[in-house]
Design a protein around this ligand. Structure first.
Ligand SMILES: [Zn+2]
Ligand SMILES: [Zn+2]
Length: 339
């Protein structure tokens, strides 16, 4: 099986936190947190149109400036998602510069912040000097605070968030592929059909939930010619496609270990394929971790164990342990395996 998401940390584990997730076949990426991000090439950064911010402590937000600089003039729309206060923080960042000569540098920022009972959103356009245009808040009668709630719903995947206690709300995120589409290339070949971009269209139709009798025309590039052919979705699916469980990734940073946070994290990360979890402290410094509203490696391992994840990746190590990164990983891994 070829997984749809390939994910990696933006920096080494002592560097600023950040997770880059590429949707392999779509030339599209998601970026979780905006810490220092020099390690991402401009091409990669530009691919990330959806940006999820846990909270705006400096190590999670200082990279906003580079995103802005790289994206200016590309005619893009960037979407930012995060906790209450994000709109004011983005506005504050933008007010730190002068924008009188950006008419020819189109860029739009759509910022959405999630409160317990409402969603607020604002749009900032380069052509308007990035003056915020706030939309009326959207009320969510069920509230958003207790169970993981969707912040972005795409035909292919959903990103959910939960607000954790870091003395301020710190959002943890989970990215869930709705289901995974495996195309059997052997069977395609046997039927004389080529691979190519028509398979992307096929996947889109499946994710969009089109009915079995849905017809679509595909351009096929055969050995010596190009051909337009019409397919029936249900027929193509039954012959060449296997549907399996979708991939799931979870991202948790900057949170205190307590019962309430634990229950929320376990619910969010349940059965994830990869669980990216902060582990700034060793457990011998659990008091300090608690005081500063952070986790220890052992706590990260325990959370991973309770959530039943397949793989745990720890990061956001405190500089006090420079040279002891292995000890942090070992402590987390043994708690993960041992419960
Ligand atoms: Zn923080
Ligand atoms: Zn942090």
């Amino acid at each position: 099986m070829n997984p749809s998401f390939s994910s990696y940390l933006v920096n080494e584990p002592f560097g600023d936190p950040g997770l880059y997730v590429e949707i392999r076949w779509a030339r599209r990426a998601l970026l979780f947190d905006l810490g220092e991000n020099q390690a991402l090439s401009p091409t990669r950064l530009l691919r990330a149109g959806d940006l999820f911010v846990s909270h705006t402590h400096m190590d999670h937000f200082i990279g906003f400036d580079r995103v802005l600089r790289v994206a200016l003039g590309r005619g893009k729309t960037l979407r930012l998602f995060g906790p209450p206060g994000l709109i004011a923080n983005v506005a504050g960042k933008l007010r730190g510069y002068t924008w009188n000569l950006v008419d020819g540098y189109p860029l739009t920022l759509e910022v959405r912040e999630f409160h317990p009972r409402e969603i607020r959103s604002a749009t900032f356009r380069a052509g308007e000097g990035f003056l915020p245009q706030e939309a009326p808040p959207c009320v969510t009668p069920d509230g958003l605070s207790e169970a993981p709630f969707p912040v972005l719903e795409d035909p292919m995947f959903t990103v959910r968030a939960i607000a954790l206690n870091h003395r301020i709300p710190s959002f943890a995120y989970a990215l869930q592929e709705q289901f995974h589409i495996n195309v059997n290339k052997e069977r395609l070949r046997a039927a004389g059909l080529p691979v190519g971009s028509w398979l992307k269209d096929l996947k889109q139709h499946l994710w969009q939930g089109q009915p079995d009798d849905f017809r679509f025309t595909a351009t096929l590039y055969l050995e010596h010619r190009r051909e337009e052919r019409e397919f029936v979705l249900g027929d193509v699916r039954d012959r060449f496609v296997t549907i399996t469980r979708g991939q799931k990734l979870a991202y948790v940073v900057d949170v205190r270990y307590d019962e309430d946070n634990e229950a929320k994290i376990v619910a969010l990360a349940r059965d994830a394929d990869v669980f990216y979890c902060e582990a700034p402290y060793l457990d011998c410094d659990a008091d300090k971790a608690r005081e500063r509203y952070h986790l220890t490696a052992r706590q990260a391992g325990r959370l991973a164990n309770r959530a039943g994840v397949r793989q745990l990746v720890v990061f956001h190590f405190s500089p006090r342990y420079t040279g002891q990164g292995d000890a942090i990983v070992r402590e987390a891994q043994s708690a993960f395996e041992g419960g």
